[in-house]
Design a binder for this molecule. Structure first.
Ligand code: G4P
Ligand code: NA
Ligand code: NA
Length: 192
């Protein structure tokens, strides 16, 4: 998505450790009109799929998931929760997600009330790095007996392994921007 690449060039800040800060529109302040445009783009990209639910993970996937849902008919957003205690219960689907960026592991849960075998799910998230978050969401969808229809990502860090892993598994993955290279000293960002 050309407008997204331009916005990343204008507003993004490359930090040490290959971290891209996009706090001005995605991860701290939210540019609602711009997220709405991205939501519309996801609807266009996944319109052939019979999607009845959008799934994301708290916190920063929620905004873009909600704006995407606006462009589908009667599709709710469910967000997986990072649970504090190792919260094992009969009422929850449960998985663990390792974060390479934050160097921690989260227990992630979804209530069985909000995901079941009749669901055809579009996964939405803001960043794709090593793919742990998306693979955790896929695991939760499979536990529910539901179907993964596709995965929509705002910014894929193409030099990390997540995109390759998920495409090789055969999923329909669409990233609105794919970064092939970043340089924190020159402040350079190269798109695929
Ligand atoms: P992975 O899920 O693809 O394996 O990614 P990783 O563990 O490396 O990333 C963990 C968290 O860091 C995710 O947020 C992800 O969105 C975010 N992240 C990864 N790389 C970048 C980056 O370059 N810039 C920014 N701004 N975020 C990045 P999270 O743990 O789900 O937390 P939340 O922020 O959504 O609450
Ligand atoms: Na994040
Ligand atoms: Na996220």
């Amino acid at each position: 998505m050309k407008a997204l690449e331009e916005k990343i060039i204008r507003e993004g800040i490359v930090k040490k450790g290959n971290i891209l800060k996009v706090d001005s529109f995605l991860n701290h302040q939210i540019d609602v009109a711009f997220l709405d445009e991205m939501g519309k783009e996801f609807q266009t990209l996944f319109q052939k799929h019979p999607i009845n639910k959008i799934l994301t993970i708290e916190a920063s996937g929620i905004g873009v998931a909600v704006m995407t849902a606006r462009h589908f008919q009667n599709v709710p957003v469910v967000f997986a929760k990072k649970s504090k205690s190792s919260n094992i219960s009969d009422e929850l689907y449960h998985t663990t997600v390792e974060s390479f960026t934050h160097q921690n592991t989260n227990d992630v849960v979804i209530s069985k009330q909000y995901l079941n075998e009749n669901d055809h799910v579009l996964i939405i998230d803001d960043f794709l790095a090593n793919g742990c978050a998306v693979l955790g969401l896929i695991d939760l969808i499979h536990q529910a007996g539901a179907t993964v229809e596709g995965i929509g990502i705002v910014i894929e860090k193409g030099y990390q392994s997540g995109g390759k892993k998920i495409r090789e598994l055969g999923y329909h993955l669409e990233s609105l921007a794919i970064i092939d290279h970043m340089d924190d000293i020159k402040g350079e960002i190269v798109f695929r």
